[in-house]
Design a binder for this molecule. Structure first.
Ligand code: NAG
Ligand code: NAG
Length: 470
C-alpha cells in the first residue's frame, strides 16, 4: 500500500504525468510540456563569446594582465613571491564597490575567464584529468610563487561563485589581493567540466556520479595538478557546501590527500544533515525511502531544471509578494534563499551563473543524508549495496581520517546546516580549529557567496585564518 502510494507520487514527480498540485502560482518561466530529464537552456543563456569587446571595469595595474594564458608553463618565473598580507583599506578602495546597470547585463553573460578579465584581473585556464575519465577545468588568478588556495564551489554552481560580483565582494579577488595564488575548480558535470572523454560518451555513464566521485576522483586530480604546477608541498582549501562535503569524502577514501592540505575552511559544512530544514530534500528523502530501486533505474541523469520539485516547493522561498526569477532556480528552491541579504539589482548576474549543471544522483545522495544521523555512501538499495559494498547498509565515511586542520563557518539561516549537525561534525574531526557561527541572523546557504555583507561577516575571518595557518 505504502509502496504503491510512493510509486504513484514518484511517477508524478519524476515522470511528470500530472500537473503539480498547486497550479495557482503563476509560473515565472515559460511553461514547457511536463517531461523529466529534458535538458533545457539555463534561465539566462550563457553566451560563449561576449557581446562587446572586453573592457576591464578597472584599470589594469600591469599591462600584461590582459594576456590569458591557457596552460601555464611549469617553469613560471618564481619572481619575488609575495608574502600574504591582509588587505589594506587603500587597496580595497581602488576597486569600485558598485557595478553599473550596463555592466550587470554584460557580466551576467560572460564565462568565468572573461568575467575575471573584465573585472581587471589576470586569469589562466588549466585542465585536470581524473582517473575515471573526466576532464576538469580550473580557473586561476595566478600569483606564481605564492601559497596556492583552491576554491571549490557548491551544488549546481561553478567557479563564477567566487568572482561574479566583482573585486569588492568576490573571495577569489580578495585572496589574490592578499597575496595568494588562487585556483578555482569546476567539478564534473558543470558547464566548464562537461567535455565527454572516451568511455564517458553516453549520458548514463557521464551523469552517474554524486559528491562521492567528486571527493574520490575530482579533488585529488585537481590537488595533484596544482602541486605539480606550483611545486609547493601543500595547498589551502576552501569549499562551499558540496565543496566541503566532497572534501571529507576525499579524506575518508584517499586519506593520503589530507596531508597535502595545510588548512581546510568549510563554508556551510554540509556533512551531517540530520536536521536539514529543506522541504524539497525532505520530500526527496521520502521518495527514496521505499523505492530506491526505481530511482536507481533513473540513475545517471542530468538534473532537470523544470523538475516538478521546483513548482511544488517554490513558495517555501518566495511568496507571491516577491516576484523574482530566483524563485524558479532549482538550487535556491532546494537550499533556501535570503532576499534580505542579497542586492536584488545584481539578480541578472546571479541568474546567469546559476544552475550550471548537476546530476540527479548528487541530489539523491544529499536527500539520503537528510534526517539520517550518519555521513554515509550512496544507498543503492539492499541488494545492490550488498554487491557493491558487501553490506546491506551503505558504509559510513570515516571522518577520523580527516587529519587536516579544519575551520567550519556556519549560518543560522542555512537550511542545510543546523547548529547541532555542525557541532557533531566538529566532534568527529580530529583537528577542528574553529567552529564559527556567522553573527548575522538568518545567514543562509548561499549567503556564503552572494550576501552583500559577506566580506565583513565571513571573508575577513577566512582571510585571517588563511594567514595564521600557512
Ligand atoms: C546594489 O547594487 C547596485 C549595482 O551595483 C548599486 O548601485 C546599489 O547601490 C547596491 N545597493 C546596495 C544596498 O548595496
Ligand atoms: C577510521 O579510521 C581510524 C584511523 O585510521 C581507524 O582507527 C578506525 O578503525 C576507522 N574506523 C572505521 C569504522 O573504519
Amino acid at each position: 500500500m505504502a509502496i504503491a502510494f510512493n510509486l504513484a507520487i514518484c511517477s508524478i514527480i519524476l515522470l511528470g504525468t500530472v500537473v503539480p498540485s498547486k497550479p495557482q502560482i503563476v509560473p515565472l518561466l515559460p511553461i514547457v510540456p511536463p517531461n523529466t530529464f529534458v535538458i533545457r537552456e539555463p534561465l539566462v543563456p550563457v553566451i560563449r563569446e561576449p557581446l562587446v569587446p572586453i573592457v576591464p571595469l578597472v584599470p589594469l595595474a600591469r599591462s600584461q594582465n590582459q594576456v590569458q594564458r591557457q596552460q601555464s608553463k611549469s617553469d613560471d618565473v618564481l619572481d619575488s613571491a609575495p608574502q600574504p598580507r591582509s588587505c589594506s583599506k587603500c587597496e580595497q578602495a581602488s576597486y569600485p564597490q558598485y557595478i553599473s546597470e550596463a555592466d550587470i547585463q554584460i557580466v551576467a553573460k560572460l564565462e568565468t575567464p572573461k568575467l575575471i578579465l573584465r573585472y581587471g584581473h589576470q586569469v589562466e585556464t588549466h585542465y585536470a584529468f581524473t582517473s575515471d575519465g573526466y576532464k576538469l577545468c580550473l580557473h586561476r588568478i595566478p600569483r606564481p610563487g605564492a601559497i596556492p588556495v583552491m576554491l571549490v564551489h557548491g551544488l549546481m554552481a561553478s567557479s563564477a561563485s567566487w568572482v561574479q560580483f566583482g573585486p569588492s565582494q568576490g573571495l577569489a579577488y580578495i585572496l589574490s589581493q592578499a597575496g595568494y595564488d588562487v585556483w578555482m575548480l569546476n567539478t564534473r558535470g558543470n558547464i566548464y567540466s562537461e567535455e565527454r572523454q572516451t568511455g564517458r560518451e553516453n549520458d548514463q555513464d557521464f551523469w552517474d556520479f554524486s559528491f562521492h566521485e567528486i571527493g574520490q576522483y575530482d579533488l585529488p586530480a585537481a590537488i595533484d595538478l596544482i602541486l605539480l604546477q606550483t611545486k609547493k608541498p601543500s595547498i589551502q582549501y576552501i569549499g562551499h557546501s558540496q565543496g566541503s562535503t566532497a572534501f571529507f569524502v576525499m579524506c575518508s577514501e584517499r586519506p593520503e590527500y589530507a596531508a597535502k592540505i595545510s588548512l581546510m575552511q568549510s563554508l556551510s559544512p554540509s556533512v551531517y544533515m540530520e536536521e536539514t530544514r529543506s522541504p524539497a530534500l525532505k520530500f526527496m528523502k521520502f521518495l527514496t525511502g521505499g523505492i530506491t530501486v526505481l530511482l536507481n533505474f533513473l540513475g545517471g541523469h542530468k538534473i532537470s531544471l523544470e523538475n516538478k520539485i521546483i513548482n511544488m516547493f517554490r513558495e517555501h522561498i518566495c511568496d507571491k509578494l516577491i516576484p523574482s526569477r530566483i524563485c524558479a532556480i532549482f538550487e535556491f528552491v532546494v537550499c533556501g534563499f535570503n532576499f534580505n541579504s542579497f542586492n536584488m539589482t545584481l539578480s541578472p548576474i546571479l541568474e546567469g551563473h546559476s544552475s550550471q549543471g548537476a546530476s540527479a544522483k548528487q541530489f539523491y545522495h544529499f536527500a539520503q543524508l537528510q534526517g539520517s544521523s550518519g555521513f554515509q555512501k550512496y544507498n543503492y538499495g539492499l541488494i545492490l549495496n550488498k554487491l557493491r559494498y558487501n553490506s546491506i547498509l551503505p558504509p559510513l565515511y570515516n571522518l577520523s581520517l580527516a587529519l587536516t586542520k579544519v575551520a567550519l563557518h556556519r549560518g543560522d539561516g542555512d537550511w542545510l546546516g543546523s547548529e547541532s549537525d555542525a557541532l557533531r561534525l566538529e566532534r568527529s574531526l580530529p583537528n577542528c580549529i574553529e567552529n564559527r557561527n556567522i553573527r548575522f541572523q538568518g545567514f543562509s546557504h548561499f549567503d556564503f557567496t552572494i550576501s552583500k555583507d559577506v566580506r565583513p561577516l565571513v571573508y575577513d575571518r577566512v582571510l585571517n585564518l588563511c594567514g595564521s595557518n600557512r
